[in-house]
Design a protein around this ligand. Structure first.
Ligand code: HEM
Length: 135
């Protein structure tokens, strides 16, 4: 879930076909617009470091989709399951996360093929990060 199985040139064109840097900046900006006020997710995110959180998610997604690998230069291997271990990611939290992401993906107005590639990945990644079934 943290490494895209495409070749280097496929990754370049994939990143560009999604709209490159601007797409990921817009996606994550819209996603985080809903987070602070979300009753489940709001309390999980670092109130005093939202700019940092925006940077981490943007850089990770850009890297995954074939953009610059600044995320790993700054943060090392993504290890997303490990990095989510401190948070209770139950199905309710996953669905809340996905609902903000759905709104953010819709706001991009991507061509249908790119949109479904992006959305399928986000959905699978979110399902793979569930680490609790407690209410
Ligand atoms: C399933 C529901 C999810 C919940 C409840 C959740 C929650 C969180 C929280 C609370 C943080 C800490 C914010 C920060 O300080 O950066 C975080 C970080 C992060 N999340 Fe998630 N997340 C979810 C799904 C995902 C998915 C699907 C992805 C990737 C596609 C993802 C990628 C990341 C990344 C890259 C970070 C920053 C890791 C780091 O470098 O420290 N998350 N997440």
């Amino acid at each position: 879930m943290t490494e895209n199985p495409q070749t280097a040139s496929e990754r370049d064109s994939l990143f560009e076909s999604l709209g490159g840097h601007d797409t990921f900046v817009a996606l994550v900006k819209e996603f985080y617009r809903g987070i602070a006020d979300d009753p489940i997710l709001g309390p999980m995110y670092p109130e005093d470091d939202m700019d940092g959180a925006v940077w981490r998610l943007t850089a990770f997604l850009e890297q995954y989709w074939g953009g610059p690998n600044t995320y790993s230069q700054e943060r090392g291997h993504p290890r997303l399951r490990m990095r989510h271990a401190p948070y209770k990611v139950n199905p309710e939290a996953r669905d809340a996360w996905l609902s903000h992401m759905r709104r953010a993906v819709d706001s991009l107005d991507l061509p249908p093929m790119q949109e479904s590639l992006l959305w399928d990945y986000l959905e699978r990644a979110a399902h793979s990060l569930v680490n609790s079934f407690d209410a």
